[in-house]
Design a protein around this ligand. Structure first.
Ligand SMILES: [Cu+2]
Length: 501
């Protein structure tokens, strides 16, 4: 029944021509307006909706509810390791139930718990063993998003674990300090499993991160924020099949670290927020309600060379940013919150009148560089992202586990050119992700990326009509996925494989 309604609304939305982008006229557009009629433009103006989310088939995108701030933000535990033969962490995918609403138990998935997972904290140079166990009743995989490790440990769809199975993976941490994450990646089932709660963070520390003097008191002034939107049904369940949208499932309920209606209490000091857009499909533009600026210090895969002052930052699914907000100018009477572009209150802050001198943010954080050689390399791989719903493709093809789309030599940099080909109705942003590597954005439509994207990335937001050049190098061998990180697009086949030899 639901699917019939969905198909109908899908067709209607096709007729309404790009209904999803309706309020984008005053923001950075997800869609080109040049091919829209006057009528469409008028429809845009009169409709409340979601500025951020250009879903062709969401002709009535769900607006996010404000956080009332009634619950303290949950801080995920840091996973302890058992120090036998190397460093062993245990990660179990589990089924459980979680209380988001008084009087209701919601059926959820989690790692080592009922919803989301712990933070796995590792040091550069360590050899790490992780024992992964599947206690779900369904198959799953354990994918380490942003980690540069051998393909066989990457946890793509080839490394399927059936219900009840476990596997130990081992790898050397060989990349710089960063905030990464892990989530399932079974073929065709990623979106549902992430939606139900499977996601956790990985922190890599190194000598540089230890010496910079940045806020690093975990849970006090160094705060993880896993941002997700969900749709709870009448019984307060996460009914994925009911909520599902082929162009990306969105919800009206915001969860941060699995907290509904979160607030965060901070001291009068600089606070580092490590933000992960862990949503299936929703894009966010984070701002402060005061209009004040903040600084970004890190991208997906490491520190920026220097702090970049911003008034807002946009993150598409799976992208991360570390930002520092200076609360020293506020007091307990201050009304300050992290908000979305449309002013939705995401995370209100309560401020302790406890002034702490947290020092200055260093002017120099890293030595990231795009070399002339990289800039002058010819394009050797071309990818075209196209389509919508369950007709999404890369180079005209949908994912086939038996097909290797590209090969690349280990340790050799190649230039990948990714084109987000618009369709008659404009198109959508596709967050493009490559497994097993951190890449550099060389150019966006021929122009060098903004300062806050001049750093290591593993996911890049590509606007309709945009052509992006990436310098891509794999340190390890194996088969790696590349795909759109709108999880329903990934499951619908907007994914390919590169074999590194
Ligand atoms: Cu996509």
């Amino acid at each position: 029944m639901k699917s019939k309604i969905w198909i109908t609304s899908f067709l209607v939305s096709i007729v309404i021509l790009g209904g999803c982008s309706k309020n984008n006229s005053d923001s950075d557009n997800n869609m080109e307006h040049s091919n829209m009629t006057q009528e469409d433009m008028q429809m845009e103006d009169g409709t409340e909706g979601d500025m951020e989310n250009s879903h062709m088939s969401h002709n009535d995108p769900l607006t996010l509810n404000d956080s009332t701030g009634e619950n303290d933000l949950i801080i995920p535990p840091v996973l302890e390791h058992e120090d036998d033969e190397g460093i062993v962490y245990n990660i179990e995918a589990q089924e459980g139930s979680t209380q988001f609403f008084d009087g209701y138990q919601t059926e959820t998935y989690g790692y080592n718990g009922s919803f989301l997972g712990p933070v796995i904290r590792v040091n550069r140079g360590q050899t790490v063993k992780i024992r992964t166990s599947n206690k779900l009743s369904d198959e799953t995989t354990f994918h380490w998003h942003g980690l540069e490790l051998p393909g066989e440990a990457d946890g793509g769809p080839h490394q399927n674990l059936k219900s009840g199975e476990s596997r130990i993976i081992e790898f050397k941490v060989d990349q710089e300090a960063s905030t990464l994450w892990f989530h399932p990646h079974p073929e065709g089932k990623t979106s549902e499993q992430v939606y139900k709660g499977l996601a956790g963070l990985i922190y890599i520390d190194d000598e540089n991160s230890g010496n910079l003097g940045l806020p690093s008191d975990y849970g006090v002034n160094d705060i993880p924020l896993i941002i997700q939107d969900k749709k709870f049904d009448d019984q307060k369940q996460l009914n994925y099949q009911e909520a599902k949208n082929e162009d990306g499932t969105i919800g009206d309920a915001l969860l941060i670290n699995g907290t509904l209606n979160p607030k965060l209490t901070v001291n009068n000091e600089k606070v580092r927020l490590r933000i992960l857009n862990g949503s299936n499909a929703r894009n966010y533009t984070f701002k402060l309600s005061t209009g004040n600026s903040f600084v970004q210090i890190a991208t997906d895969g490491g520190f920026l060379n220097k702090p970049v002052t911003l008034n807002e930052i946009k993150l598409t699914p799976s992208e991360r940013a570390e930002i520092i907000v200076d609360f020293s100018g506020y007091d307990s009477s201050s009304d300050v919150a992290l908000i979305n572009e449309d002013e939705t209150i995401l995370l209100p802050f309560a401020i302790n009148n406890q002034l702490i001198d947290s020092g200055n943010i260093p002017e120099s954080l890293n030595d990231f560089a795009v070399t002339d050689e990289e800039r002058n390399l010819p394009v050797s791989k071309k990818l075209e992202l196209f389509g919508m719903g369950n007709m999404v493709t890369i180079n005209g093809k949908q994912f086939d586990m038996e097909r290797i789309d590209f090969t690349q030599k280990q340790g050799v940099t190649e230039i990948w050119e990714i084109y987000n080909k618009p369709d008659m109705m404009g198109g959508m942003i596709h967050p493009f992700h490559i497994h097993g590597t951190q890449f550099k954005i060389i150019s966006i439509d021929g122009i060098e990326p903004p300062e806050n994207e001049q750093g290591w990335k593993d996911t890049v937001a590509i606007q309709p009509g945009e052509k992006i050049k990436l310098a891509v190098k794999f340190k390890n061998k194996g088969i790696y996925m590349f795909h759109c990180h709108v999880l329903e697009h990934e499951d619908n086949g907007m994914m390919g494989q590169v074999k590194v030899e």
